[in-house]
Write a protein that binds this ligand. Structure first.
Ligand SMILES: NC(=O)c1ccc[n+]([C@@H]2O[C@H](COP(=O)([O-])OP(=O)(O)OC[C@H]3O[C@@H](n4cnc5c(N)ncnc54)[C@H](OP(=O)(O)O)[C@@H]3O)[C@@H](O)[C@H]2O)c1
Length: 257
């Protein structure tokens, strides 16, 4: 039995993708538009959002910084003024810099928290009243397999993604009976500007277009957790079940860190 209403027919559906100027968000916005959705794209950079609108007539660009409650609230108001409703909200904005405890950088720790976690809260603050009023719609938070358990170099990033997974679970419990769908998206490695800085060969790396296809098929299946590529995410899930001693040892051996 699926945990969410299946999202299969995108024709005329209003989808707001926050973090849509590049990578996974941009590819998902493109696929949604190709399936007939009316897509609203947000991020800080205006040029790629405007290019998206030029390529997808009927789309709307609403530049906003997720760390600003005011900017996100204004974007949500502008969206509603233009469309009258909201069927899908995808929170995809993300910040990632490798960090280890031996070079602790509080400013960047807090930057991760502000963009990845507080950013999602700012979007929730804007859209929850709308979705609750409609008693319909779907909220999707992009977390990461890095939120399952601790990974080296993910001192700043990993905990924010673990928090998003926890947040999504509680949102599902609170919102399911209100007629709303909630999902969490946990990608493995996807080739985007965010991961381009990784100095190692990323296992099971996929393209943003493949990620977008996986995301739409997860929404169509009504899944709560949408994770991919399965060969990598299932392996990490299995590793995550191991006792601490074994898990820590295998991760250190596997990464050399
Ligand atoms: N790539 C991977 O392997 C991978 C794996 C697991 C999870 N993820 C997650 O997937 C999501 C998308 O990442 P990506 O890989 O597609 O990277 P990306 O191409 O760098 O995309 C990140 C997006 O977030 C936006 N963003 C960043 N800071 C923002 C802010 N303050 N306000 C509004 N938007 C902001 C960026 O737009 P602007 O710079 O224009 O604001 C961009 O559109 C992130 O949450 C990331 O953590 C990625």
């Amino acid at each position: 039995m699926s945990l969410n209403p299946a999202l299969r027919d995108w024709s005329g559906q209003v989808a707001w993708v926050v973090g849509a100027s590049s990578g996974i968000g941009l590819a998902t916005a493109g696929l949604l538009a190709a399936r007939g959705a009316r897509v609203v794209v947000s991020a800080r950079q205006t040029a790629p959002l405007q290019q998206f609108v030029q390529r997808h007539p009927g789309a709307l660009a609403l530049p906003a910084d997720v760390t600003s409650r005011e900017q996100i609230g204004q974007a949500c108001d502008d969206l509603l003024a233009a469309t009258g409703r909201l069927d899908l909200v995808m929170v995809c904005a993300g910040h990632y810099r490798p960090q280890r405890a031996t070079a602790f950088d509080l400013a960047d720790m807090l930057r991760h928290q502000q963009v990845n976690y507080v950013g999602a809260l700012n979007v929730l603050d804007a859209v929850l009243p709308v979705l609750l009023r409609q008693r319909a719609g779907h909220l999707s938070l992009v977390a990461s397999v890095a939120g399952y358990r601790g990974l080296p170099n993910a001192l700043a990033y990993g905990p924010t993604k673990a928090a998003l997974i926890g947040l999504a679970e509680v949102l599902w419990m609170d919102l399911h009976d209100q007629g709303l769908g909630v999902s969490v998206i946990n990608p493995g490695f996807v080739a985007t500007p965010l991961t381009a800085q990784n100095p190692f060969v990323m296992p099971a790396l996929i393209t943003p277009d493949e990620a977008a296809r996986q995301i739409l098929s997860g929404w169509a299946a009504g899944d709560f957790e949408i994770h991919f590529p399965k060969r990598f995410s299932r392996f990490l899930k299995l590793l995550g079940l191991l006792p601490d001693r074994l898990y820590f040892g295998l991760i250190r051996k596997g990464t050399g860190l």
